[in-house]
Write a protein that binds this ligand. Structure first.
Ligand SMILES: Nc1ncnc2c1ncn2[C@@H]1O[C@H](COP(=O)(O)OP(=O)(O)OP(=O)(O)O)[C@@H](O)[C@H]1O
Ligand SMILES: N[C@@H](Cc1ccc(O)cc1)C(=O)O
Length: 412
């Protein structure tokens, strides 16, 4: 059942040229996001083609994206969705990032082979704090870097636990659940693939789409939100929201889908997939984060510059032309790493990453001497360490022997 609907999704390519219905700068994110490869599809394809440019041109809209606190930090894959929101904000729209304090307790089955382990309320609360911190830090760096957007656009972070806290299961099923059709819910790809697996699917996971649909409805009612962003794995949840809002409020709303970032082995980078590059410093240091982007392959770097930075496309083209002449300098990789590290860790984070790079890869004693304790710990995170009280006159050799850094042997 899901296949015909997926086939109905039309490529966004038609938005990549100046669009006759894009009548103001407010429509820019659709055009530029499409050209950059950031927006992959829209839903529902037929109405979005005509109505989405008109809606965006008509005045500032509210656009939202949700993040489940299944860990205490966001990661590089999630960053793409944050960048999607920021593109809208820069054009003057209001954006809402929803942290799923409630939905994380249900567990989104999209793209998962197995059910997630249940999270305790304490763990979820801690994760909500970490993810809020990730989001707010990026938003404030973005502002500090001069990307504050047109005047008027607001950036808000909400926790969806706030609108479920006072509802009982009986009341929710009786009022919201009655609008959902079993046949449609069963047709979702996320459900079909799990029903076919030996472990099957729990009722909690099966109802996940109802909660995400209700979030969209709630934000539509309270904040006039008509656009939801999500990775392509979120299509089914976006469709449920669209159908629910159309049925209950009689209005068209839209989904915009972003491509999924994968590891070199082709797996989606995810919080619980064990392959994440994190956005919080205590999990991935600015240095490691910077180096992740410096290491990107030539075949990926142009795409990543378009996806992960706000650099204008002609500037990216120029950088790639320089790269063709002097590939050994890795100019695009270094620029990519600098831009993304600045956004996520701020200017100070970028300087820290560069100091660590100098110390580790260019054996710079000067860089080592200016490093803070935190940087030293981050740099040598994996290395065993020992604390030592130095007495006057201790020689380097004695210190090394005391901490067993070099084996003791016959001394000459
Ligand atoms: N690798 C990725 N590339 C692009 N977008 C992603 C990626 N991973 C997650 N997203 C998007 O980020 C948003 C929030 O995802 P969420 O944090 O709930 O999932 P996740 O990081 O995949 O976590 P989990 O691994 O627990 O499923 C969603 O729109 C999702 O599609
Ligand atoms: N289901 C999304 C997260 C999300 C949570 C709540 C929402 O309202 C929207 C999105 C994911 O797991 O990737």
């Amino acid at each position: 059942m899901a296949a015909p609907i997926i086939h109905a999704l039309r490529s966004l390519r038609r938005f990549s040229r100046p669009h006759s219905r894009c009548l103001s700068g407010l429509c820019d994110p659709l055009v530029s996001g499409t050209r950059r490869g950031l927006f992959k599809d829209v839903f529902p394809a037929e109405t979005a083609r005509v109505q989405l440019p008109e809606l965006l041109s008509s005045g500032p809209q509210t656009v939202y994206c949700g993040f489940d606190p299944t860990a205490d930090s966001l990661h590089v894959g999630n960053l793409l969705a944050v960048l999607g929101l920021l593109h809208f904000h820069r054009a003057g729209h209001h954006v809402i990032a929803v942290v799923g304090g409630a939905t994380a307790q249900i567990g989104d089955p999209s793209g998962r082979q197995q059910e997630r382990a249940a999270l305790s309320p304490e763990r979820v609360a801690e994760n909500v704090r970490g993810i809020r911190e990730s989001l707010q830090r990026i938003f404030s760096h973005h502002e500090a870097l001069g990307g504050g957007g047109q005047p008027g656009g607001r950036v808000t972070v909400l926790d969806n636990a706030a609108w479920y806290r006072h509802r009982s299961a009986v009341e929710f099923l009786g009022s919201v659940g009655r609008h959902f059709r079993m046949s449609t819910m069963l047709s979702r790809h996320s459900v079909q693939s799990r029903l076919a697996a030996p472990e099957g699917m729990s009722l909690a996971e099966f109802t996940y789409q109802v909660f995400q649909a209700y979030d969209f409805y709630y934000l539509h009612q309270k904040h006039g939100c008509k656009i939801q962003l999500g990775g392509t794995d979120q299509l089914g949840n976006l469709m449920s929201g669209h159908e629910f809002i159309q049925r209950t409020a009689g209005e068209d709303v839209f989904g915009i889908l972003l491509p999924l970032i994968t590891s070199s082995s082709g797996d989606k980078l995810g919080k619980s997939a064990g392959n994440a590059v994190w956005l919080n410093r205590d999990r991935t240091s600015p240095f490691e984060f910077y180096q992740y982007f410096v290491r990107q392959r030539d075949s990926d770097v142009e795409r990543f510059l378009k996806l992960f930075t706000f650099l204008p496309l002609p500037e990216i083209r120029h950088i790639m032309d320089q790269h063709a002449k002097e590939p050994e300098k890795r100019i695009p990789q270094k620029r990519l790493a600098a831009e993304v590290t600045k956004l996520v860790h701020g200017k100070e984070g970028l300087e820290s990453a560069k100091r660590c790079t100098q110390a580790l890869y260019h054996s710079s004693i000067e860089a080592l001497a200016t490093m803070s304790d935190q940087e030293l710990q981050e740099l040598f995170q994996e290395a065993p360490f020992a604390e030592l009280l130095l007495e006057p006159g201790t020689r380097v050799l004695d210190a090394c022997l005391k901490v067993s850094a070099i084996p003791e042997g016959p001394r000459g």
